[in-house]
Design a protein. Sequence first.
Length: 261
Amino acid sequence: MSRFTIFPEGDRALVADFGNIIDEKINDEVNSLASMITAQKISGVSELLPTYRSLVVFYDPLVLTYGELRAQLEKMDPDEASADVSTREVLEVPCCYEEEFAPDLKGLSDLSGLSTDEIIKIHSGITYKIYMLGFLPGFGYLGGLDKRIAAPRLDSPRTSIPARSVGIGGSQTGVYPIASPGGWRLIGSTPLEFYDPSRQDPILCHAGEYIHFSPVSKAEYTDIRKEVAMGGYIPVMNTIHIEDSADRSLISAEGSTGNEQ
C-alpha cells in the first residue's frame, strides 16, 4: 500500500507528497496516482501537476471540496498500479553530437577524463525517465545520467542557447525546447521539436515517459529537420520490457532541482 501525505495548497489545490528523495519508484507512484485520478474523471478536478516526488491536484472548490477530494485520493493505491507495469514506451530522440552543436563536449571530456566518443556512447546508451516538466514549456528533467559524465553547470551561463540543444547539468541531462538563457553544458542537438505551439499537443514528451538519444550525423540531422518542418516526420517509439521492477535508478537530489539551468 502506497503511503503519501495530503495537504492543502491554497484554496484550489492539494498536494499528495510521497517523500523527500528523488527515486524512480516514488516517481512511478506519482504518475500512477495522476493516471488513476484522470481515469476516474473526478468532477471538479481541473489540472494535475506531477513533480519528482509529489502531485499537485487543482480543483474547483465550488464543485468539489478539499475534504471530498482528499477522501477519494486516500482510497487509491498508486503503488499497486505502478507495480503492474511490465513494459515502457521509449521515444527515440535523434541527437547530433558533432562539434557545431556541442560546444562543451571537449570541455566535458577534459573534466571527465573520457574521450568525446566515450561520452557520446555513454550518453546515448541510457534510457532516461522524464521525472517532471519545468523551467520552460516542454523541458523534461531526465533521470538516470551516468555519473561518469555528470558535470557542474557552467560558471558563467550563456545568455542564449539554441532551441533543441541537448545539455548536461549536474546529474541530469535534457533538451532545451526553445531558445533560452542557461548554464548547462551543451553536448549535442536534436532535430525534433520538444515544444511546438502549432501542434494539437504542443509538448512532445510528458512526465513519467521515457526517451533514448540516438546518435545521428549532421546530414541525417538536416534530413530529419526538413521532415519535421514539413510535418512528415513520425517519431519512433520502442517498447522495452522491465526485467526487474526492483532495479531502479536513484539520482542525487543535490544540485538536480531548481529553476537555474
